[in-house]
Design a protein around this ligand. Structure first.
Ligand code: 5GP
Length: 185
């Protein structure tokens, strides 16, 4: 299983999509209490839950890990894990995954400069300029330590400035194959 982590707009989601479309990996659909963005589909992009549904799942110990990010709850259910699946989580989540799964996961930290990430948010995701700048600022404050920490739990760190999504996905896939071979998988 591949765990992709890194700051906002580091390319996690697009890389995961490409890995699924071109390399046949399956997605670990995670849960969130945030509202769907335009075009997002329930049970495909996320399991979109109410706070009450989320709390019920937590009380029933269905979650491997949960996190709060930008005022919304996120979490992964054990039932949604599986081999040759890919998941995108923020850095704190990567720590929780490592704790729960040990060396049964391959973790890639996707890194990119703030300039690159801001441009991706505005040009590719069509986020508003102010919202994007705020997100970058918040990431810097909230996650600076954990981003460094997540780098320490990653098996591989890729700096993706100037890379296409094809390049990102290929680099991740090749590193995953090497990791699998090393672990006789
Ligand atoms: P977004 O709201 O932009 O889709 O996601 C916000 C952040 O939450 C992203 O970094 C995303 O990867 C992360 N995220 C998505 N699902 C989970 C999850 O199950 N657990 C954790 N810890 N983070 C998640």
């Amino acid at each position: 299983m591949i765990v992709l982590t890194g700051p906002s707009a580091s390319g996690k989601t697009e890389t995961a999509k490409y890995l699924m479309e071109k390399f046949g990996l399956k997605k670990v659909v995670t849960c969130t209490t945030r509202q769907p963005r335009r075009g997002e589909v329930n049970d495909v992009d996320y399991h979109f839950l109410t706070r009450e549904q989320f709390a019920q799942g937590k009380a029933a110990n269905e979650f491997l890990e949960t996190a709060e990010y930008n005022g919304n709850l996120y979490g992964t259910k054990y039932a949604d894990l599986g081999p040759d699946k890919v998941v995108c989580v923020e850095p704190i989540g990567a720590h929780s995954y490592r704790k729960a799964l040990g060396d049964k996961m391959f973790c890639v930290y996707l890194d990119a400069s703030e300039e690159t990430r801001l441009a991706r948010m505005i040009e590719l995701r069509k986020d508003g300029v102010e919202a994007a700048q705020e997100r970058i600022r918040r990431d810097r404050e909230v996650f600076s330590d954990d981003i460094n920490g997540a780098k320490s739990v990653a098996d591989v760190i890729l700096t993706t400035d100037g890379w296409t999504v094809e390049r990102e996905a290929l680099e991740v896939y090749e590193a995953y194959q090497t990791w699998k071979a090393k672990h006789n998988l």
